[in-house]
Design a protein around this ligand. Structure first.
Ligand SMILES: *Cc1c(COP(=O)(O)O)cnc(C)c1O
Length: 366
């Protein structure tokens, strides 16, 4: 069959190990998953009652315009409804953008390592990919500018960056946006925006009216704790939204996702409490790194990338056999690191205990 040539050798997304799988393989009773940056506190308790009435009757299609959710999100950002686009997770927005702008005659610029879906989607579209190495875990924005030329269609920025957790400051972002050509779409992925506490962080909704080539992506999967339902959104100048809308499937966001996200966004106390607990948890990991002289990146997300100066797969396996699923740096472009999602304080203490055991065992071997 006539597959696009770039589909050859392309691997599907490798999900982390499932809890059920790991339990069975190692005969464990409890497993703590700190691998996918999910919210350890679940979601707002108000969501479950909203779900009981959502989606009925099941035979009817959902509201393809996500009207109620659109009003709520627009209100919360002080934007108009037609400056928003909704996706079946922000992953789907990445796909829509790639599908609409990237092809073999264009190139796209991104950091390396960063969120792998930018590269993956660009590759499927047959687009040339220009990856600019991170510097100390941060985007090298001047290097990225240098990589832009007349054929560049999209530049991807991830702030805070997954997997390092390092964010772009307001000054850096504005300087970049001022210089990047106006016919290049800048995608600013803020999946972890609600976790950020740094005070030199920007307010992206106010930027889209100033920079008509900027689209910002956010999600209900991370701090809102709704990863299973698939709900994400983007905001941009209405001309960008108008151009992208035809690439959106008509009923891409199901009724349950719409109803849950609507309830979740109303409960900002839940968001605030999660953000606070996350910073407390982050301190536990910083302390662990300091006490054991391990380097890590300062993270504004809900995850931390720790350099064990050891094969990340070995650390991963050691923790897995003891009931903790984390993400090996080997699959993230940091072969000697592991990325750990910040959990509840008890979960953090127990995974830190196991990491100390690993270090002790490794010290004995060397
Ligand atoms: C988790 C994540 C996403 C995907 O979010 P969904 O809305 O669940 O598709 C996008 N970007 C980054 C950087 C992420 O870490």
């Amino acid at each position: 069959m006539k597959w696009k040539k770039q589909m050859r050798g392309l691997k599907p997304y490798q999900p982390g190990r499932s809890i059920a799988e790991v339990k069975k393989e190692y005969g464990l009773e409890t497993i703590i998953k700190l691998a996918s940056n999910e919210n350890p506190f679940g979601c707002s308790p108000k969501v479950s009652s909203a779900l009981k009435n959502a989606g009925t009757p099941l035979a009817l299609y959902p509201d393809g315009y996500a009207t109620l959710l659109r009003e709520a999100v627009a209100g919360s950002l002080s934007l108009e409804g037609d400056e928003l686009i909704f996706g079946n997770g922000s992953d789907e927005l990445i796909q829509m953008i790639s599908r609409s702008l990237l092809h073999s005659g264009t190139n796209t610029v991104m950091a390396d390592p960063t969120f792998p879906q930018y590269r993956h989607n660009a590759h499927i579209e047959g687009c040339e990919i220009r990856e600019v190495p991170l510097v100390d875990g941060a985007h090298d924005l001047s290097g990225m500018l240098d990589a832009v030329d007349g054929e560049t269609a999209v530049v991807w920025l991830c702030s805070p960056n997954n997997p390092t957790g390092v964010y772009i400051t307001e000054g850096e972002l504005l300087a970049f946006l001022d210089k990047v050509p106006k016919d290049v779409l800048v995608v600013l992925d803020e999946a972890y925006y609600e976790y950020v506490v740094a005070d030199d962080y920007y307010n992206s909704p106010s930027l889209i009216r100033e920079y008509q080539n900027l689209i910002v992506l956010r999600t209900f999967s991370k701090i809102y704790g709704l990863a299973s339902l698939r709900a994400g959104y983007g905001f941009a100048d209405r001309e960008i939204i108008r151009a992208l809308e035809p690439a959106r499937e008509p009923f891409n966001m199901n009724s349950f996702a719409q109803a849950a996200a609507l309830e979740a966004i109303k409960d900002q106390d839940f968001v605030k409490n999660t953000r606070k607990a996350n910073r407390e948890g982050m301190k536990q990991f910083y302390r662990f790194c300091e006490e054991n002289r391990l380097s890590c990146y300062p993270s504004q997300g809900n995850f931390i990338l720790i350099d064990f100066e050891h094969d990340g797969n070995e650390v991963f396996q050691f923790l897995l056999e003891r009931g903790f699923i984390v993400r090996s740096g080997a699959v993230l472009g940091f072969p000697t690191c592991v990325r750990i999602t910040v959990g509840t304080s008890e979960q953090n203490s127990s995974v830190i205990g196991k990491m100390k055991e690993f270090l002790a065992a490794a010290a004995q071997l060397s």
